[in-house]
Design a protein around this ligand. Sequence first.
Ligand code: SF4
Length: 588
Amino acid sequence: QAVERHRREPSQLLQILIETQDGIGHLPAASLTRIADLLELPRARVEGVAGFYSFLHTEPVGRYRVLFSDNIIDRMLGSRGLMESLCRRLEVAPGEVSAGGEASVDTTSCTGMGDQGPAILVNGLAVTRLDEARIERIASLVRAGTPVAEWPAEYFRIDDNIRRRGALLGEDFVPGAALQAAMARGRQGWLEEMRISGLRGRGGAGFTTAVKWMACRDAPGADKVVVCNADEGEPGTFKDRVLLASQAERIFEGMTLAAWATGARQGLLYLRGEYRYLLKHLRAVLALRRAAGLLGARILGEGGFDFDIDIHLGAGAYVCGEETALLESLEGKRGTPRIRPPFPVTHGYLGRPTVVNNVETLAKTTLIALQGGAAFAATGTPQSTGTKLLSISGDCAYPGVYEYPFGVTIEHVLEDCGAHDPQVVQVGGASGVTIAGHEFHRRIAFEDVPTAGAFMVFDGRRDPFEMARNFVHFFAHESCGFCTPCRVGTALLKGYMDKLASGKGAKMDLADIEWLDRLLKNASHCGLGSSAPNPVIDTLIKFRPAYERRLVSLDFKPAFDLDAALETARRMTGRDDPAAHLDWREEV
Ligand code: SF4
């Protein structure tokens, strides 16, 4: 059925797999074979996609699949203890399925609920504000076999927690008004306003949006595409979640503004799997816009243009936030980043010229259409115009979403969010920048401290080493495995951090970590690998005592017991003397 619903389109493979799993609970081998036959794809391709995404399962995972968000902030809020408690109550080991096959409990990367954690996903739906009482009740519901749809609605309540409003969050928006204003200027006039605004991508890289749009407009090919990247997976980020929930009209209108500028007729919004609870709401907004003549054929009537938007769901792969991996995923493939050039603006979705913009970037374009580029550029700094949304979580009294003009200092933000005794701020998530106390005067801006939006606060009780170790585990888990430096390098980095944590570290390990940093930065295929060592190197420089107090020796110290490891080989060779494993030269 899922295959027919998607018109036997191979590019819909991921959506077909998600819907098939929704119906059966997992993806049995027979289903994969059937899907491959119907789509006329090699079975290996279908199995390869099913195996890539962490929310897809080829083996049964139980009627209830519970995934604890394993972000460092959730851990600080007690997620580990709560997970142990649920496992005990359900008599299941982490990562396994209970004896009766009814439930499984495991961890997943950040679920984007850092402002209201600890959080879990139950059969893909987020449950927030967990505590021991809620865990006890959830265990009872699972044991009683109560369908998730009948669980208390309060469990699934997700607040926006908007704490500070600026130009984007503070102003009412009339659907269609920005589009009318842009179309009145003509295509070239609208692009000129975008250029004057200086708007830079809010997804992290900071590329100038107008330049991207112009390159797509000028690329050969009539079938251009606008893609909204709603796959914010950076640990500690959740502001796009709030925009999708409260500003969907602006986001879709921003996509339509991009289509007007580039000549695109097709739009795709890629929604991260963790936010699938927003799917119904987003589809309802799309329907409203079609009914109002703001999407579809001849937008805004005679003389208008054709453009419509579909929503695609992700399935738990952080790397798909990278724009070329996201395009692969949209095409129904594994989310492996592409080699660039060519860039998406000339060869994007299905080889067509494609603009990929972040949720916040697209929402901001409505401000430019309504106010003009110069008014937009009057806020912020010369190189970072406009405002920036921050997702603030961790050790502060008021976690949530804050909108500031670019250029705001970190100490100002800390004061606003009620942070007491802040020691470290991790800006930009796991791949971002670790800011120590003496740097709190620094500013949030592309030219100083850039960020896609995460702002995690750690007070004096926290250990910067453990923060970095959590992030390294995250990268090792999320590496797509395509290139060896990242696949092996992130695993090695994780091994070194675990060795240090277990008290077996030596000074030589710190030197090896620095060597790994250079390797990952220089040889990784995409930003995930090259930024994976950032939190370790930053904390190693700024909080070195947190590492040095874990060292037991200044010399090399193996992470395992060499004698025990060689015992079998010794028995087989009859070498049981204590020096058997030493270098032969020492014996001479
Ligand atoms: Fe995949 Fe890592 Fe290589 Fe990026 S750097 S392509 S995530 S293995």
